[in-house]
Design a protein around this ligand. Sequence first.
Ligand code: SAH
Ligand code: SF4
Ligand code: F3S
Length: 440
Amino acid sequence: MTRPTYKIISYGCQMNAYDSELMAGVLEAKGYSLTDSEKDSDVLLVNTCIVRGSAEERALGRLAKLKALKQERPDRILGVCGCLAQRDAEALFDRFPHLDLVLGTRAIPSLPELLDRLGAGERPLASVEECEHPYQVNAVPVRKSSLRTLVPIMSGCNNWCSYCIVPQVRGREVSRPAGTILDEIRALVQVGTRDVTLVGQNVNSYHDGRTDFANLLGKINDINDLLRIRYITSHPRDANARHVDAVSSLSKVCDHFHLPVQSGSNRVLDRMNRGYTREHYMELVEGIRDRLPEATITTDIIVGFPGETQAEYEETIDLVENVRFDSAFTFFYNVRVGTRAADWPDDVPLEEKKTRLSRLIELQERISLEKNQGMIGRQVEVLSEGPARRKDRHGGSQLVGRTTGDKCVVYTGKPEDVGRLVPLSITDAAAHTLFGKAAE
Ligand code: SAH
Ligand code: SF4
Ligand code: F3S
């Protein structure tokens, strides 16, 4: 008998990416095998994100499209999971009657049982309850890549930034025990992981009762054969000198700080409930540049927040000009129903939001390019990840590697480079990619 098949369509942040890997593990433990084809799948799950309106529309559009697949084969199991599933729960069955399963963000431990019940013909089924240990599942995640791997160190978020839906759909912050995290990373290293990314909405507040974030980094740094440690996301309120010390003293922790600033205006930061000022942020940046002048700094920024005046926006532009981020994820504000900011007038017109965003993007692109051009002629060490998407002009094999600062470098290399640290010198630069050759 052939094994039943599954496919998971995954949107959203690294949290969702990991959850999809874990759900794939649950499905494989139940005897399912992966298929690339939606049409061939016996179980099809859509892991959704609703952090901004565009993400929500994408998720809703995808779910609507599944109707045809259901008509084609009514016995197929169609499920929605992730943040939309958590927010809308059973109401999704009214809107999309072709769905069989709604699985919330903390309900993965109940997936094996739900699959059995679905298999026995019971449907539709929903599970969106709170669960203290959303990652305690008797299955091994199926990894997208063995070389670079995501490992969650906590779930949930306690911050209540006034614009953000995440705390509502991910629940209260819970740290995983350090021992579990270390065991998982050790096992991953055995099967080829060299670069691990620790994932949490605010990794700086990690605490399992005994170990805090800086201590956790220290323990992971001691794991043999692991080459690099990354983490996402830091919160500028909680990232402090101790954190910077840990990064500078621990050899495997990458020299990259992703510090979402969101705005350069204290009045806006206060309304966003971010818990820090522009001055605090600038001090943090100066502290990093003093200790680790080569470290990269990246950020997230929202423009057009309720009540953002032209002058407040200019403060963000001014901050971006001053900090000179290596890169930035930039967004215009989207109302998320149920958040505090949704009670305030969304009073920056859409056209104005777009104008503010495009000027910011233009500025950041220029800075990203200038920073990358400044690296031409310099020596870097990359962890070689595998073939780059394009061939070089001479038909040679182009590889891509990543610097400690998380910059991608395309270079002509040897197959045995993959999985190793390779010294390169930078020969050319674009805003989002560097080009290099083997260092002499
Ligand atoms: N926990 C992380 C990431 C949260 S979501 C953090 O605190 O930074 C990723 C980014 O989406 C946020 O940093 C923010 O810039 C953006 N974002 C979140 N809600 C938004 C909204 N309602 N409108 C526009 N951008 C938003
Ligand atoms: Fe959202 Fe703020 Fe939590 Fe990040 S820290 S997930 S922006 S509430
Ligand atoms: Fe999106 Fe949920 Fe992550 S809303 S950003 S997938 S926590």
